[in-house]
Design a protein around this ligand. Structure first.
Ligand code: RET
Length: 274
């Protein structure tokens, strides 16, 4: 008797199945998740097919990083739909919904810490940036996601939620700065200037959408109180920032393997662009 009613286990199970049925009963919310599960699965198959002719080591590395993007997404969205990485969070005083519980899809911020580094790794290899820059940008990106998770999960202070939001934005600024300056120069030197410009434009514009959605949704200013709407906003951004992005990148790499291999040789893949 004592064992089966252990309070911790009971709480965890009750809230997970509660959240699960809440998601199932909300057609807008659940469709935003299922659409991505389907597209991530299809993208994985397409990317495996696209890579059938890729044989040089650098192109293989880019392909492996790119393939991880839909695979991580598939796991992330399956965890969200199950209720595992979704929770009811009580907002602190001062928040527009202070004292009320809101549905937080905190698993998104956690899995971004795994998926966004893959996007940047693929982009950095394509542009043949130096290792120092690649490392810095990826570390700043992971820090952005983890501090974004902290901003979402803090329930003790409304002010500190926004302090973490700002810290996350500072890390984001590092990523944006590198993409717009150093990395663009390196890409031109590596002969991948044009495709890099396209992918960079996609990345910069779409990534700016995420902090905006966060700020407008229930975790931020709660100007948009429907979690289904914010979830669709994130899901829509994800479709282009991940699957469309990865498709364009892989198609280019498959068609220009010679350029990719030569870029790696001329700089050893580790020295700054001249
Ligand atoms: C948060 C909130 C805190 C401030 C900032 C954010 C930025 C998030 C970004 C996410 C990009 C996600 C992608 C996912 C694809 O798998 C965490 C929303 C700056 C830029 C591209």
């Amino acid at each position: 008797l004592g064992l089966s009613t252990a309070p911790g286990a009971t709480l965890l199970q009750v809230s997970q199945s509660d959240v699960f049925s809440q998601i199932q009963n909300d057609a807008l919310l659940s469709s935003s998740l299922w659409v991505n599960i389907a597209l991530a699965g299809l993208s994985t198959l397409l990317f495996v097919y696209l890579a059938r002719g890729v044989s040089t080591p650098r192109a293989k590395l880019i392909w492996a990083a790119t393939l991880m993007i839909p695979l991580i997404s598939l796991s992330s969205y399956t965890a969200l739909v199950s209720g595992l990485t979704v929770g009811l969070i009580e907002m602190p005083a001062g928040h527009p919904l202070g004292g009320q519980e809101v549905l937080s899809q905190w698993g998104r911020y956690l899995t971004w810490a795994l998926s966004t580094p893959m996007i940047l790794l693929a982009l950095g290899l394509l542009a043949d940036v130096d290792r120092g820059s690649l490392f810095t940008v990826i570390v700043a990106d992971i820090a952005m996601c983890v501090t974004g998770l902290a901003a979402a999960l803090i329930t003790s202070s409304y002010l500190l939620r926004w302090v973490f939001y700002l810290i996350s934005c500072a890390f984001f600024a590092v990523v944006l700065y590198a993409l717009l300056t150093e990395w663009a120069d390196a890409a031109t030197a590596a002969g991948a200037g044009e495709i890099f410009d396209t992918l960079r434009a996609l990345t910069v514009v779409l990534w700016l959408g995420y902090p905006i959605v966060w700020a407008l949704g229930v975790e931020g200013l709660a100007l948009v109180q429907s979690v289904g709407v914010t979830s669709w906003a994130y899901s829509g951004l994800d479709v282009v920032a991940k699957y469309v992005f990865a498709y364009l990148l892989l198609r280019w790499v498959a068609d220009n393997e010679g350029t990719v291999a030569a870029a790696g040789e001329s700089t050893g893949g580790a020295s700054p662009a001249a």
